[in-house]
Design a protein around this ligand. Structure first.
Ligand SMILES: *[C@@H]1O[C@H](CO)[C@@H](O)[C@H](O)[C@H]1NC(C)=O
Ligand SMILES: *[C@@H]1O[C@H](CO)[C@@H](O)[C@H](O)[C@H]1NC(C)=O
Ligand SMILES: *[C@@H]1O[C@H](CO)[C@@H](O)[C@H](O)[C@H]1NC(C)=O
Length: 187
């Protein structure tokens, strides 16, 4: 499954080679089957939206650096707190569906990644408005990240699965990241 998703991501980023296209079709069929079986908690749900973060230090920053040891040039040990917009699309004026609120700890000595604990808080997202998902895991600075969905609240109680994220674009002041979440609600 993970391999299929990576192929899908690559297919979206570049021009799809034939094998990626096949993988994408398999994924689409899986998603359709999921939708058809709505109501079955064991089925995989797929959510797709965009994370918009305004860099620390900028007007209306959505992330702050709350601790930095600065013993040397390394960011190891730094802690960030963020409350970034989740939007339906990649445009900064696209509909706001919720917020991604949490902490990021620079937990890799080699600065290749870190630990994040992020709550996905839905405010305007159909039946999931008012519900949340909790995620945690390793953030990869240089490539796509896969993090765990460890729980949820409201309509998303007992959520379990994973979240794939990949940087879509960046400017001097902000970044946009694609989020794909896959989970079941079985218990
Ligand atoms: C910051 O947010 C305020 C209130 O939403 C808005 O009026 C202002 O244009 C924003 N500034 C920037 C630089 O985005
Ligand atoms: C900073 O200090 C850490 C911990 O002692 C060390 O692992 C790292 O290599 C140092 N980084 C630099 C750029 O000197
Ligand atoms: C992080 O991403 C890079 C580039 O895709 C990859 O080479 C590396 O293996 C990834 N690291 C982890 C821990 O996933």
């Amino acid at each position: 499954m993970e391999r299929v998703l990576r192929l899908k991501t690559e297919a979206m980023a570049h021009h799809a080679p034939r094998c990626s296209f096949t993988a994408l079709m398999v994924l689409l069929i899986t998603c359709c089957a999921t939708a058809a079986a709505a109501g079955d908690d064991h089925e995989l749900t797929h959510l797709h939206f965009y994370f918009h973060e305004v860099n620390a230090g900028e007007p209306n920053a959505s992330v702050v650096n709350v601790a930095s040891l600065h013993k040397n040039g390394s960011t190891f040990g730094d802690v960030n707190v963020f409350d970034s917009a989740l939007r339906e699309g990649p445009s900064p004026v696209s509909r706001l569906i919720g917020r991604a609120q949490g902490i990021g700890v620079h937990a890799s000595l080699d600065e290749s990644g870190g630990l994040t604990a992020t709550d996905i808080v839905f405010s305007d997202y159909g039946e999931y408005s008012g519900s949340t998902l909790s995620t945690t895991g390793h953030f990869n600075v240089s490539g796509p990240s896969e993090r765990s969905i460890v729980g949820g609240t409201g309509k998303l109680r007992f959520a379990r699965g994973y979240m794939i994220s990949e940087l879509l674009s960046s400017t001097d002041t902000a970044i946009v990241v694609v989020f794909d979440l896959y989970f079941t609600l079985s218990y």
